[in-house]
Design a protein around this ligand. Structure first.
Ligand code: UDP
Length: 164
């Protein structure tokens, strides 16, 4: 029997940063548009199917940004907390979309919410990758005054991603 040769992957593990805006449908006024969500999930599935280990950091700008809130009188730290929660809402939505098309997925959060998702523990995240799961990192860095771009760079380093 001929051995099936797997194509050599350029990147074994990646960290994909998606802005919350990719989920938004301005025409419909939906923060999370089901079609856009499904479209992104399908694209992630394709990458995952190649054998690439995929970590995702999702933004929250489709729901709330601390800086915009501050312009309307919301305390910056409170607003940033709201923004971080928004990223977790998106993470759960993406988890659901991925699992509904057969992609095993886990959400890990920078802010502990044990009833909703696992806290981020680096070694656990690596174990999820070993088991073929997509891992979505919610809650940004867990600190105000940062963005999810910073969180993505941080997570890429922590999981030893080959590409961000
Ligand atoms: N945020 C934060 N700390 C973080 C990551 C995010 O306080 O480590 C807050 C911040 O208010 C930010 C919001 O969460 O505006 C949503 O994240 P971001 O603006 O990065 O989302 P994106 O633009 O990627 O959708």
């Amino acid at each position: 029997m001929k051995a099936v040769r797997k194509p050599k992957l350029k990147y074994r593990r990646i960290l994909l940063k998606l802005s919350g805006e990719v989920l938004k449908n301005r025409e419909k006024g939906d923060c999370i548009d089901a079609e856009r969500l499904a479209f992104m999930a399908e694209r992630v599935k394709k990458i995952h199917k190649l054998g690439v280990e995929v970590g995702i950091v999702l933004g929250g700008g489709n729901i709330f940004r601390g800086l915009s809130g501050a312009k309307n009188g919301v305390n910056r730290v409170v607003g940033d907390s709201m923004g971080m929660l928004a990223t977790i809402i998106n993470a759960l939505a993406m988890m659901n979309a991925l699992e509904s098309i057969g992609v095993p997925t886990r959400v890990m959060t920078a802010i502990e919410m044990p009833k909703l998702a696992e806290p981020f523990i680096q070694r656990r995240a690596l174990r999820h990758f070993e088991k073929g799961r997509v891992v979505i990192f919610g809650g940004g860095t867990g600190n105000p005054f940062f963005s999810t771009d910073s969180a993505a760079a941080l997570k890429a380093s922590e999981i030893g991603a080959d590409a961000l």
